[in-house]
Design a protein around this ligand. Structure first.
Ligand SMILES: C[S@@+](CC[C@H](N)C(=O)[O-])C[C@H]1O[C@@H](n2cnc3c(N)ncnc32)[C@H](O)[C@@H]1O
Length: 188
């Protein structure tokens, strides 16, 4: 069985306005970055240059074809600091308190509703104390690219899911015509 998960084959990377999203993520050289629901890894490939050879990018997605594509692209670009795995983001295969920054880009709306709380709890588990979790989602507008309005999440919807797991909001910004980014900090 090789079913295509919801949203597979799509990326929001090219909808970002300049470097604002990455400036907000403030990914540091030598750090550990987790790209949840990475698709074919556009964000991972960019982040790999920011963490540098001494850092690590962990990329996770249910979509096998996307992970294979990312593995091939990473090999071609000699980005040995990317580890791309097929898996469900509701069960992140990383040690507790091992990640400096986690990103969930335009995928939360695709995660089945009963799974969302488990995903957020898992992100909280793998982040180091004080580390950041960034969520990029489509603005709730009728026009432009993105999923149907009915399944789009407003910033308040995302906060309702994320804050109870032990996070605080540190930034809420537009990062493109169609996209916003919420940055959370894991409370210690
Ligand atoms: C719209 S794509 C975004 C991909 C990527 N973040 C980007 O923007 O370049 C949504 C991704 O979420 C993945 N996805 C949905 N539910 C998932 C889950 N429970 N575990 C892992 N990946 C999931 C899909 O396979 C798809 O690749």
């Amino acid at each position: 069985m090789n079913m295509k998960p919801a949203g597979a084959g799509k990326s929001s990377f090219d909808l970002l306005a300049g470097n604002k999203a990455f400036d907000l993520m403030a990914i540091k050289v030598g750090s550990s970055f987790l790209d949840l629901a990475c698709g074919f890894g556009r964000y991972s490939l960019f982040a790999a240059d920011l963490v540098g050879p001494s850092g690590q990018v962990h990329a996770l997605d249910l979509w096998e074809e996307g992970i294979l594509q990312l593995q091939q692209q990473a090999a071609q670009e000699q980005k040995a600091n990317i580890t791309a795995l097929v898996g469900d983001i509701a069960g992140i295969p990383l040690s507790a308190a091992s990640v400096d920054c986690a990103l969930l880009a335009t995928a939360l709306h695709d995660v089945a509703q009963p799974q969302r709380a488990a995903v957020i709890r898992g992100v909280h588990r793998v982040l180091k104390p004080g580390a950041h979790f960034c969520v990029i989602e489509f603005k709730r507008r009728q026009d432009g690219p993105g999923p149907p309005l009915a399944i789009r999440l407003a910033p308040a919807d995302v906060e309702t899911l994320v804050l109870p797991a032990g996070f605080e909001t540190v930034a809420s910004e537009s990062v493109g015509e169609a996209l916003y980014l919420l940055k959370f900090r894991k409370k210690t």
